[in-house]
Design a binder for this molecule. Structure first.
Ligand SMILES: NC(=O)c1ccc[n+]([C@@H]2O[C@H](COP(=O)([O-])OP(=O)(O)OC[C@H]3O[C@@H](n4cnc5c(N)ncnc54)[C@H](O)[C@@H]3O)[C@@H](O)[C@H]2O)c1
Ligand SMILES: O=c1ccn([C@@H]2O[C@H](COP(=O)(O)OP(=O)(O)O[C@H]3O[C@H](CO)[C@@H](O)[C@H](O)[C@H]3O)[C@@H](O)[C@H]2O)c(=O)[nH]1
Length: 518
């Protein structure tokens, strides 16, 4: 019977995972440890180190158990290791930035440091669970290290149990996982360890969702899942470029493809490209793994997924430039959204970052607003030169950030940026029926006065306060083009042509090229 679990690493995975374990298994004592004292202090305060919907609520519920509270955050790593039956490695595995594989391979230094500590201080058998994302074969490296540094003859069973949570929905993903993968050695002790871990998950996860396999398959499943998801988004984004050229609508194409159950409709939202702490590093790691196995055509195949993502981001920046008459020097462009996706304060590999840098290089003045990312974080990430810093300002409201702008760019899909859902007409329809039964004509007359019912931003007043011509660039395809055009701005989205696009940049301009006339 498992009595105590320690999660090493109090980051995006370890913090929420430890919390959910404690919440779902009141009889198990859960300690989340980290060598970063400031992080631990933050977990022990009301000011958590990250924003995740539902996280503070669930922590509060566990803490309300008072004497029976079974969750603690601590820097006492050694003590926690000694006392635990199961140790979960939730340690960062960033892209290596030096030596062989620099820029591509995963850096396992932090994991190895923690494993060494486990081996050195353990005074009994332990189950070590690899939650971190690692290249195939890492369980064997961990096993070897543990046995080499251990002072006793303890049995260390190393399991691979990759984590599939997404930021912004971490608590929900942990409470309702789509599957739990457990990879173990096909030995009796390996299978017993896997069963012990499975029993913990079964406390809140249907048993049919718990899948066991060998440890190398489990490790590869994680890199494979992320690569396949990133590939899907790169695929839809590649098609968005064709849509813009031929006058098709990527949202319609995604719907048409996504309704085929063999394809499915998830992760088909075209936009500014994927970011975050996982897709970029994990696709790079898969490419590196293939390359180091001598599988060059496999590596080249996945490299295109990465390339396509970079291409989508620079294509969008070029589109902004070309729509704004080829010159943004001295113009004011507001970027709404700096997190890499909605519902998170994480900015790792955020497409907004590259966009801000590119627009600053072109001479624009940049205003940025994000509801969850701190001003200090944005300044750090943009890393502007002294001259560029004078053209960069961060705001605490969208309205102030957009006042007097020549263009507003939506770069993160935050709900509060969405236009009021007053019309669901396809972009090309002239007369359409809105959700409230109004026709487009009525919407044009009345829609601008509708307030956003979900506490979102007031687009009517934003457009009102913009410089003319007022451009809205929808980097996430979350805005209603017709509505914005009815407010008097020029709307430009990704993978579809707005009315303004068609008149000035779109299919008419492309037609001669399409038919080989130029
Ligand atoms: N972020 C996600 O959404 C997510 C989802 C699934 C899987 N993963 C994977 O999980 C792993 C952890 O990711 P994360 O986002 O939580 O990372 P993170 O950087 O947020 O947190 C890692 C923590 O580990 C701590 N740490 C590092 N070495 C340590 C040591 N020797 N002893 C004690 N603490 C140590 C760091 O101080 C840090 O606080 C990575 O491999 C990542 O790829 C991440
Ligand atoms: O249809 C879509 C879906 C997502 N994105 C973008 O893709 C990126 C990643 O989004 P998402 O996958 O939702 O967030 P992550 O938190 O990075 O989660 C991924 O990476 C985690 C870390 O490995 C895995 O655990 C998750 O299963 C995997 O979804 C973000 O920039 C999104 O804006 C799109 O452009 N279109």
């Amino acid at each position: 019977m498992v009595q105590k679990i320690t999660c090493i690493g109090a980051g995006f995975v370890g913090g929420p995972l430890g919390t959910v374990l404690a919440f779902c298994c009141p009889e198990i004592s859960v300690t989340v440890v980290d060598k970063n004292a400031a992080r631990i202090e933050s977990w022990n305060s009301d000011d958590l180190p990250m924003y995740e919907p539902g996280l503070s609520d669930i922590i509060a519920q566990v803490r309300q158990r008072k004497d029976a509270c079974n969750l603690s955050f601590s820097c006492e790593i050694r003590k926690a290791i000694v006392e635990s039956d199961i140790i979960m490695l939730c340690i960062d595995t960033p892209t290596k930035n030096h030596g062989a594989g620099s820029g591509m391979a995963l850096d396992l230094a932090h994991i190895q440091e923690a494993v060494r500590t486990i081996g050195e201080v353990a005074t009994a058998d332990k189950i070590i669970v690899e939650k971190s994302t690692v290249p195939g074969g890492t369980t064997s490296i961990i096993q070897d290290l543990l046995e080499a540094v251990s002072t006793g003859t303890y049995n260390f069973e190393v399991l691979s149990n990759p984590e599939f949570l997404s930021e912004g929905s971490a608590v929900n993903d942990l409470l309702h996982p789509s599957r739990v993968i457990i990879g173990c050695q096909r030995t009796t002790s390996g299978q017993l360890a896997a069963e012990k871990l499975a029993a913990v998950y079964r406390r809140w996860t249907p048993h049919e969702l718990i899948i066991t396999m060998n440890q190398w398959s489990a490790e590869l499943s994680k890199l494979a899942s992320n690569a396949l998801l990133a590939q899907r988004i790169s695929s839809i984004n590649s098609l968005s470029a064709i849509c813009e050229a031929v006058g098709a609508d990527i949202n319609s194409v995604a719907e048409a493809c996504g309704t085929d159950p063999r394809i499915g409709n998830k992760m088909l939202q075209s936009g500014l490209g994927w970011g975050g702490s996982c897709f970029p590093k994990d696709v790079a790691a898969l490419i590196y793994l293939a390359r180091s196995l001598g599988l060059n055509s496999v590596a080249d195949y996945w490299a295109v997924v990465l390339e396509m993502n970079e291409d989508q981001q620079s294509r969008f920046a070029k589109r902004i430039l070309s729509c704004m008459h080829g010159c943004i020097n001295g113009k004011l462009i507001t970027i709404l959204g700096f997190a890499f996706k909605q519902n998170t304060s994480d900015t790792k590999n955020s497409p907004s970052k590259n966009l801000a840098r590119e627009l600053l290089r072109e001479g624009a003045t940049i205003h940025i607003y994000d509801p969850m990312v701190s001003e200090a974080q944005i300044y750090r990430d943009v890393n502007a030169s002294d001259e560029q810093s004078r053209r960069l300002r961060i705001f605490s409201t969208a309205g102030e950030a957009c006042a007097g702008a020549d263009a507003v760019v939506v770069a993160t899909e935050w709900d509060q940026f969405k236009t009021p859902d007053i019309c669901q007409a396809p972009y090309e329809t002239n007369v359409a029926v809105g959700t409230n039964g109004m026709h487009t004509k009525d919407i044009q007359n009345n829609g601008a006065h509708h307030e956003h019912e979900t506490g979102g931003i007031d687009w009517a007043s934003i457009v009102d306060n913009m410089y003319r011509p007022a451009f809205i660039f929808d980097g996430r395809n979350i805005l209603n083009a017709q509505y914005l055009e009815s407010l008097g701005c020029r709307y430009v989205g990704i993978g579809h042509l707005s009315k303004w696009d068609r008149q000035h940049h779109g299919i008419f301009a492309m037609a001669p090229k399409l038919y080989g006339m130029i």
